[in-house]
Design a protein around this ligand. Structure first.
Ligand code: ATP
Ligand code: MG
Length: 275
């Protein structure tokens, strides 16, 4: 276990009710967690609590079992360990050029020039934006900004990387490259958490799924278990992944013996079946 939200409660100033109420979640090293919930469910609020941008009114955030302290040292330690890619890239990018933006974090970590250069090159490559390195950030497209914002966080090599709707606005190849880069990071031990409305992505990519219900995490577990609760998900305004539903129908019809997590898996399973 590395990062834990324990019974968090928070109400925005002036709001009529809480944005989070008794919200708990534990994030383990190397896991790929998908955080699901309708608009306004509390995903972005929880992310901001997990990296210390917001302080819970009640409850605790724990890093490696220790409650976070909200002084300068505590917050700097938390933010070094927990990177947050915000929903809107314009909230994240601020430097004049792409290369400057991505190198800002590593430079601030006090790394050598060679190490900074290597990390920036690696992060730009992973997000497919190497060719944009010298470009002004304000002249990028939305999807390009999003990729650069993610590259900037990857270059920091946090223990936990929180990404708020990272695929929204990316083209199909961009999504594939990003998820591949995130899988590589998780294989090296980084915990990756994505808040997403893409159920199909959550099904194909995550090792665990957590779902918001009534301002808290109501349902969490392996994707197979969470997505089998289709009535509960529908009641929450969510729909199960298409591939999961098709797979379930084919398993029930006796055609398949397992649920496919990707199109390639589906084809392989069908080829092996008696269909
Ligand atoms: N800056 C703010 N001031 C006041 N209320 C806010 C603010 N940001 C969010 N809220 C409220 O807090 C609740 C949770 O919002 P949050 O942004 O965390 O939801 P979300 O799950 O990220 O939604 P989305 O899918 O639309 O991004 C909502 O009821 C929202 O209206
Ligand atoms: Mg949000």
């Amino acid at each position: 276990m590395i990062l834990e939200a324990r019974s968090l409660r928070y109400t925005y100033p002036g709001a009529s009710g809480p944005a989070l109420s008794d919200a708990s979640l534990t994030i383990a090293a190397g896991e790929r967690l998908a955080l699901l919930g309708i608009n306004g469910a509390g995903k972005s609020t929880l992310f901001q609590m997990l990296n210390g941008s917001l302080k819970p009114a009640e409850g605790k955030v724990l890093l490696d079992g220790e409650p976070v302290s909200y002084d300068r040292r505590g917050l700097s330690r938390l933010r070094q360990a927990v990177g947050l890619v915000m929903q809107d890239p314009d909230d994240q990018l601020f430097a004049a050029t792409v290369a400057e933006d991505v190198s800002f974090g590593p430079v601030n970590l006090g790394l050598s020039e060679a190490e900074v250069r290597a990390r920036v090159a690696e992060a730009l490559e992973a997000l497919g934006v190497t060719a944009l390195a010298a470009n002004p950030t304000h002249m990028l497209s939305f999807g390009q900004k999003k990729r650069v914002a993610i590259a900037g966080l990857i270059a920091m090599r946090p223990s936990v990387l929180l990404l708020d709707e990272p695929t929204a606005g990316l083209d199909p190849q961009g999504i594939e490259e990003l998820m591949q880069a995130l899988s590589t990071l998780s294989a090296a031990g980084t915990a990756i958490v994505i808040a997403t409305h893409d159920m199909d992505l959550a099904w194909s990519w995550s090792t665990r799924v957590a779902v918001f219900e009534n301002r808290a995490i109501g349902l969490a577990g392996p994707p197979e278990a969470v997505f089998s609760e289709s009535d509960r998900l529908r009641a929450l305004g969510l729909r199960p992944p298409v591939l999961h539903e098709i797979g379930l129908a084919l398993v029930q019809a006796g055609v398949l013996t397992a649920l496919p997590r990707s199109m390639a898996e589906m084809k392989a399973l069908i080829a092996r079946s008696k269909l």
